[in-house]
Design a binder for this molecule. Structure first.
Ligand code: NAD
Length: 290
């Protein structure tokens, strides 16, 4: 069993971006600039945004963090996005989800200029991705592809089972794994909360992507020998032994599943780190494409 190490791979991706950024700056090009909007003060969202901003610094990008109160109206958030859309210095815009109830996430995502949609959630980005056209790929699925590529994992003709069908993870990774490219060319089964016989389906999988948000859901009896397991889940579970008061848990029962796998991602230290690396890639490309 080999660990798919998000620390190693994300660092390799970031190192490559840093070199390209320095070269671009030396050639007189502009510094890539990511603007993040954080609405409210949700603990997990604060952590995600902080690490995205820190990663921008690491690779030599400029970043802006726009903090807005969770009482903000939809109209006020729209104004903030329109300002960033119009700002010529801003290459990428990300709106940290979830948003407060009074704001429609779909409406907000749809208002980000597609050229600055570095999270890859805009319907135009998703549409292009489905058609295999060049576009911003949503950061978490993109990070998974980078991980599979780094470890040269054979995906052609494999049966991939994706658990979860969200717009940000399950749905896009299922489409990407079925595309006619590497990593891809898998036969993909998408499972969700209404799927019958999930265990039997998982037992047929050469590759399993678990993205449902239920800690420890994928157990050893659901995984065949030598499967590749990608754990996307990130759930905060109360843990008094930790200074923070919580532990981060994935969707896979890692201790019992890992011995059966050929490759497996840990949580933390797996897909989460790759998501940030992929976001930086998208931001660099957004700047280059200007
Ligand atoms: P979501 O809640 O939007 O979707 C969950 C999906 O799981 C749904 O499609 C649902 O049908 C399916 N599901 C729920 N219960 C199920 C069951 N019993 N059997 C089969 N399918 C079931 O979640 P999401 O936004 O896709 O996130 C999933 C997990 O991934 C969460 O833990 C989230 O925190 C994590 N996540 C991690 C990253 C990262 O960077 N690593 C990024 C995004 C999300």
């Amino acid at each position: 069993m080999q660990i798919l190490d998000g620390k190693i791979v994300s660092q390799a991706v970031k190192d490559a971006i840093k070199i390209k950024t320095e070269a671009a700056k030396s050639a007189g090009k502009k510094t890539p600039h990511l603007a993040a909007i954080l609405v409210g003060s949700n603990g997990a969202s604060e952590t995600y945004v902080a690490s995205k901003v820190k990663s921008c610094e690491e690779v030599g990008f400029k970043s802006s963090l726009i903090r807005l109160a969770d009482t903000i109206t939809e109209a006020e958030l729209i104004t903030a996005i329109e300002e960033l859309n119009a700002d010529l210095d801003v290459d990428g815009i990300l709106v940290q989800l979830p948003l407060p109830k009074q704001i429609s996430e779909a409406k907000i995502i749809g208002l980000i200029h597609p050229d600055k949609d570095v999270d890859g959630f805009h319907p135009m980005s998703i549409g292009k991705m489905v058609q295999g056209l060049p576009t911003f790929i949503p950061a978490t699925p993109y990070g998974i592809l980078l991980m599979l590529e780094h470890y040269k994992i054979d995906t052609k003709g494999k049966h991939a089972v994706v658990i979860g069908r969200s717009n940000i993870v399950g749905r896009p990774i299922s489409i990407l794994l079925s595309r006619n490219a590497y990593p891809g060319n898998c036969t993909v089964t998408v499972c969700h909360s209404h799927t019958h016989n999930l265990k039997e389906i998982c037992l047929q999988a050469d590759i399993i992507v678990a993205a449902l948000g239920i800690p420890g859901f994928l157990t050893a009896d659901m995984v065949k020998e030598n499967a590749v397991v990608v754990d996307v889940g990130i759930t905060r579970v109360k843990d008094d032994t930790k200074k923070s008061g919580f532990a981060i848990k994935g969707d896979v029962d890692f201790a019992n599943v890992a011995p059966k796998c050929s490759y497996i991602t840990p949580v933390p230290g797996g897909v989460g780190l790759m998501t940030i690396a992929a976001l930086l890639m998208n931001t660099f490309n957004a700047c280059e494409q200007k």
